[in-house]
Design a protein around this ligand. Structure first.
Ligand SMILES: *Cc1c(COP(=O)(O)O)cnc(C)c1O
Length: 407
């Protein structure tokens, strides 16, 4: 008899997006001539930078010729891309990362979801609340949790992110072995300082723990003092793995390219307490289960690091950041307490009572769709997330309508 993995039964269906869709549909049915502006999405809207498109075209032409055709590439990614990443994203910022410590992949979602399988099922996992759901659900699937109770899985350590701690959780009081952190944060838009990140690195070193650092929104950082990588923090190489993506950086959400950084000296332990290196484990997993990112896509990602690519990417991010600034100012002028909107495309807004009341007010009075904070965990109650991923015209119109009807 073929048995299923019953841990999957513990996963709770998220009714959030179905619920949002239902409310939006109802509003549209009742107001057929009102246009709806969607500021709930976590997906980019600007097209690919021209430098990336040109590089992909050139790579496709190479694939069309017998002399330059390429079949399977290295699972870890081509050297041309790994070298550029190591130099531009790390070495130039004082973080000692070598090209062979970089694993190219087709997404940070897959990487942050897959990484847990190289660690023991007994691992005590700490996740932020509110949280990017991938970290939680993949550990549920692997059997590291009990059942869901009051919005939380038994056996997980929840790191509460609240206005009181500026959305940077306090160190856990119990032993956490594997700690997920994401800065600039989705959904709160909060950033972390070097000093605060140092505390987590020190915790991991003192407690034989490991940090999984999701830096998918690193390109939105404009504050020069803010760390772009956890590897800018002394001591992090032994205790951290970092995830990056071209998705939000260069509009690759539909093109797919990301990377994971596993330093050679990053360590974990076996059941006898012996120190074991993580790099060969991840390398083995990657070689066995992944066959590399498409060559034209890696060439497109490489073009992000060309002078034209850098300028185009900066332009696109500046565009989203100016949207974020418009949203932040409008909501603050209405008296709402907000986080994010700087160094982040997300604005996390304190709604006062529950998330749905402000969601409904924005929808029914202004025809604007946001995301209720409850979709990201219990600590999201009383918050909504507004995203800067839309056209400037739509963002201006949305904030104009909100300011007029909610003031
Ligand atoms: C968008 C996002 C990613 C990127 O995922 P990809 O699979 O690379 O598109 C990773 N982490 C967070 C928190 C995100 O919001």
């Amino acid at each position: 008899m073929i048995l299923i993995n019953e841990h999957y039964n513990k996963l709770t269906a998220s009714y959030l997006f179905a619920d949002i869709a239902k409310r939006v549909q109802k509003f549209q049915d009742e107001n057929p001539d009102k246009s709806i502006i969607k500021l709930g999405i976590g997906d980019v809207t600007l097209p690919l930078p021209a430098a990336c498109v040109q590089a992909m075209h050139r790579a496709l032409d190479e694939m069309a010729e017998p002399g330059s055709f390429r079949g399977y590439g290295p699972e870890q990614g081509y050297d041309f891309l790994r070298e550029k990443i190591a130099r531009h994203d790390f070495q130039e910022r004082g973080a000692e990362i070598a090209p062979d410590e970089i694993f190219i992949s087709d997404g940070a979602k897959c990487d942050t979801g897959n990484i847990q399988e190289i660690f023991s099922t007994d691992t005590r996992v700490a996740v932020p609340d509110p949280v990017y759901p991938v970290y939680v659900d993949t550990n549920v699937m692997a059997g590291r949790t009990g059942e869901m109770q009051d919005g939380r899985y038994q056996g997980l350590i929840y790191l509460e992110c609240t206005p009181e701690n500026s959305f940077i959780p306090d160190l856990p009081r119990e032993q956490a072995d594997l700690i997920y952190l994401c800065y600039p944060n989705n959904p709160t838009g909060a950033g972390i300082s070097k000093q605060e990140l140092q505390k987590w690195v020190d915790y991991a070193r003192d407690n034989k723990a490991l940090i999984l650092f999701d830096a998918a929104y690193e390109a939105f950082i404009r504050d020069e003092a803010m760390p772009r990588s956890i590897f800018e923090i002394p001591g992090a190489r032994e205790v951290a793995i970092e995830f990056r993506s071209f998705s939000k950086t260069a509009g690759f959400t539909g093109t797919r390219c990301a990377y994971t950084v596993v330093p050679r000296d990053c360590r974990a332990y076996d059941s006898q307490g012996r120190k074991t290196m993580v790099h060969p484990l991840w390398n083995r997993r990657h070689n066995t289960k992944f066959n590399g990112v498409a060559y034209p896509v890696q060439r497109a990602a490489e073009a992000v690091y060309s002078p034209e690519g850098q300028a185009q990417v900066k332009n696109n991010i500046d565009y989203y950041l100016s949207n974020a600034g418009i949203i932040l100012k409008a909501m603050q002028d209405l008296g709402y307490k907000c986080t994010g909107g700087k160094n982040s495309p997300y604005i996390w807004i304190q709604s006062g009572s529950d998330s749905w009341s402000l969601f409904d007010a924005l929808l029914n009075k202004a025809g604007v769709v946001c995301t209720p904070g409850t979709g990201f965990g219990p600590c999201g109650q009383g918050f909504i997330r507004i995203s800067a991923f839309n056209t400037q015209e739509n963002v201006q119109e949305a904030m104009h309508r909100i300011s007029k009807t909610l003031s």
